[in-house]
Design a binder for this molecule. Structure first.
Ligand code: ZN
Length: 388
């Protein structure tokens, strides 16, 4: 039976789509592993009433063939991505784009097709740093207006495959992990790319994220786990020869691969079981953490804030931290100021609010690789606040 999507009173509003076969290897044997009940399907903030929020159980399963952990029930895309929440503010993303642009430029592409790229940020940064290059962004939900020489095709790339053929470089950044059918996507890219075309991609370093207890590793957007061996296998399986792989700050992995050869010749997929076990450990550890934080909050007399108008806060609440104990959610994205964290009754405020709090205050920061820069910022804004 497939999972229902319900409103906050439990009334069905939609249904999840069943994942029929493994995202990585295509095997049809997906075995249930663990379930997280009633998770908000959207990971951002909203101005809409709480009655419009939707929730679904996260049903995690393991592939019998390759061991890949993945959601066996996929939430409707229009609910998952109902608003842009990736403001991509902060130092980590600026450094990420800079490093990726330098890698792209080292290959001197003449005609780039970027798949995804909603904000146009990578294209703009490349053009600003390295001058005019023919750069086409293929994106169904763009949030930018293109300026020469950047061109925009508003479509899923599967519906605009003719854009791929002229390219000597295909780029995608933090796209692959969002796809429900990544195998089909890579095979389509291979089928329409000329032999010799480079594909340069960036994906989150999921193993490192889980290691740092990042709730941003796996969720309704990132619906399957892949470590580096699995990622490289997926590329080979689709007909790409991997040329180079570099890690960016334990945050992302950059891979350069070249379209050559036929799909389906990569042999047996690597064992992805360690990822499934790491996720199970992460869930157990996060639930213990929520219990400990709850006790700490009960013993504390001041205001308690959560950092992040995003999955970090939703996940902590899902693990059992009481929403009623939270004064507000802090976020650096000005676009989220005053909005409501989806799936909760909590309002988002700028971090400076903590510094203006008259009594004692504490901020819970569980933000994986963003924790260091957030902590530094809070210490400057609110020197007397506790950071948990
Ligand atoms: Zn599999």
């Amino acid at each position: 039976m497939t999972a229902a999507v319900v409103d906050r009173r439990g009334r069905p509003v939609a249904a999840c789509e069943r994942r029929e076969s493994c995202a990585v290897c295509g095997d049809r044997r997906l075995r249930p592993m663990l379930e997280l009940p009633r998770v908000p399907v959207h990971m951002g903030c909203t101005h809409r009433p709480a009655d419009d929020d939707a929730f679904a159980d996260q049903r995690w399963a393991r592939c019998r063939h390759c061991g890949c952990l993945q959601l066996s029930a996929l939430a409707p895309l229009d609910l998952v991505y109902q608003s842009q929440h990736n403001g991509a503010v902060g130092g980590v993303w600026a450094r990420h784009h800079e490093a990726l642009v330098a890698l792209l430029a080292s290959h001197g592409p003449r005609q780039v097709v970027e798949v995804g790229g909603a904000s146009g940020a990578l294209a703009r940064r490349y053009v600003d740093a390295h001058g005019a290059v023919a750069w086409t962004v293929v994106e169904p939900n763009p949030t930018f207006v293109p300026q020469q020489p950047v061109r925009l095709v508003t479509a899923f790339v599967e519906d605009a495959v003719e854009t791929v053929r002229p390219a000597d470089m295909i780029v995608h950044s933090h796209l692959l992990e969002h796809l429900y059918l990544p195998r089909a996507f890579l095979t389509t890219m291979r089928a329409h790319a000329r032999t010799g075309t480079l594909m340069v991609l960036s994906v989150p370093d999921l193993a490192a994220l889980l290691d740092r207890a990042g709730a941003n590793a796996l969720n309704f957007e990132h619906t399957y786990y892949f470590g580096i061996p699995t990622l490289l296998w997926m590329l080979q399986d689709a007909g790409f020869a991997v040329e180079a792989m570099t890690r960016f700050e334990r945050h992302s992995v950059f891979v350069t691969a070249v379209a050559e050869g036929d799909p389906g010749r990569a042999g047996h997929p690597p064992d992805a079981d360690p990822g499934a076990h790491a996720f199970a450990r992460f869930i157990a550890q996060s639930r213990r953490d929520a219990v400990a934080l709850t006790a700490r909050a009960e013993a504390f007399t001041g205001d308690v804030y959560l950092f992040g108008g995003h999955v970090f806060s939703q996940f902590l609440l899902g693990c059992g931290f009481p929403e009623g104990r939270v004064t507000a959610v802090l976020d650096n994205d000005p676009a989220k100021d005053g909005l409501r964290l989806y799936g909760t009754d909590l309002t988002v405020v700028p971090p400076a609010v903590v510094g203006a709090t008259p009594g004692p205050a504490a901020v819970i920061v569980r933000a994986a690789h963003y924790t260091a820069e957030i902590t530094q910022q809070l210490r400057a804004l609110a020197p007397t606040a506790e950071i948990w």
